[in-house]
Design a protein around this ligand. Structure first.
Ligand SMILES: Cc1ncc(COP(=O)(O)O)c(C=O)c1O
Length: 345
């Protein structure tokens, strides 16, 4: 076994309802930044229709899915590659680009998977701490590969376009992870036409509510796409997931309505959280809110006792003091959270 295996920490996906529900009581899951609403009717129909052909492999090129993504983002089809979730794409990027000791820059606090995947390639990681993830291009050290997350998980803010452009002008690979970008529409995906070192990573898990199906994609210049297409496993997206993702893109209006509701609830949730003594909610452009717990109280554990799962991000590199990350749920879930917080805190 390679020694790095025993050095890295396993990715921590937080607590899941199945692990904490007992005595028939349902947990409210506000931990994984999922979409709390059911799929569109088109998606349900596509799912059932695809079921009768699961004895067949999906088409290995996923042409219809790539075409639908290209239309959605107004890019050329040759600039689209797909994978088994954004996580899979991030891994493929590391496999394509990184040799041992290559320099990888990771601003923190951010999504923890970047470091795990870079370490698995024996890369040399440079963490750069940014207060509230306000990225300044001049403060990023030299790199072969840079991971930026916009909006950032867990701080919720976007990286300024002009800072990204400055970093791209250096000519090295820049990944911009836009898993949550539909919650703010501040994408920089158009920059792929200008910079051939940019890779924009996207997910169907959040805005399109397909976390359980596992579909992600990346937009980049043809050369990078060719490399990533070589690396991804054949048939890495199931036939059902492929058809459902296309149906989700075809029912975009439904998801835009859900997004508008989530954004409205996010603003209300942040306002209510800020009214509670000892809690400070950061402004967010995503479907979650980062909350600083000013007086240490093990809040995530106390909420769990009340049947609410939030992500305890205390101790995350680049975050000082107790913090929780709360996914914006349905109005009822958010009301329950606020009521419970008022009692617990
Ligand atoms: C910033 C970020 N990127 C990527 C992912 C992975 O998304 P997927 O479910 O598409 O693998 C997540 C999941 O939480 C995330 O927060």
């Amino acid at each position: 076994m390679r020694s790095v295996i025993w050095i890295i920490n396993k990715y921590d996906a937080g607590k899941f309802p199945e692990d904490v529900e007992k005595d028939g009581l349902k947990a409210v899951n506000l931990s994984s930044n999922e979409n709390p609403y059911p799929p569109s009717n088109e998606v349900k129909e596509a799912y059932l229709k695809a079921l009768s052909s699961i004895n067949r492999y999906p088409h290995p090129e996923y042409k219809d899915l790539k075409k639908a993504i290209a239309e959605y983002l107004d890019v050329d089809e040759s600039m689209v590659t797909v994978g088994n979730g954004a996580g899979d794409i991030l891994n493929n990027i590391c496999v394509a680009i990184l040799d041992a000791f290559d320099k990888v820059a990771i601003p923190i606090p951010s999504y923890t998977l970047y470091a795990i995947l870079a370490m698995l390639r024996d890369a040399s990681i440079e963490y750069v701490e940014f207060r509230n993830y306000k990225i300044k291009a001049d403060e990023i050290p030299p790199f072969k590969l840079l991971f930026l997350c916009s909006p950032n998980n867990p701080t919720g803010n976007v990286v300024e376009r002009k800072e990204i452009e400055k970093l791209l002008e250096r000519g090295n690979y820049v990944v911009v992870d836009e898993a949550y970008v539909e919650y703010c529409n501040k994408s920089i995906v158009d920059l792929v036409n200008k910079f051939d070192n940019l890779i924009v990573v996207r997910s169907f898990s959040k805005f399109f509510g397909l976390a359980g199906l596992r579909v992600g994609y990346a937009i980049a210049n043809e050369k990078i796409v060719e490399a990533l297409e070589k690396i991804r496993l054949p048939f890495c997206i199931s036939r059902v997931a492929n058809d459902v993702a296309v149906a989700a893109l075809n029912s975009i209006d439904y998801y835009v309505k859900l997004r508008d509701e989530i954004v409205k609830e996010r603003e209300r949730l942040a306002r209510e959280l800020n009214k509670i003594l000892f809690l400070k909610a950061y402004p967010s452009d995503a479907n979650f809110v980062l909350v600083k717990v000013v007086k240490k109280m093990d809040l995530a554990k106390r909420l769990l006792e009340e049947g609410i799962i939030v992500r305890d991000v205390t101790g995350l590199m680049g975050l000082e003091g107790e913090h929780v990350r709360i996914t914006v749920g349905t109005k009822e879930e958010n009301d329950f959270l606020i009521r419970t917080l008022k009692q617990v805190v």
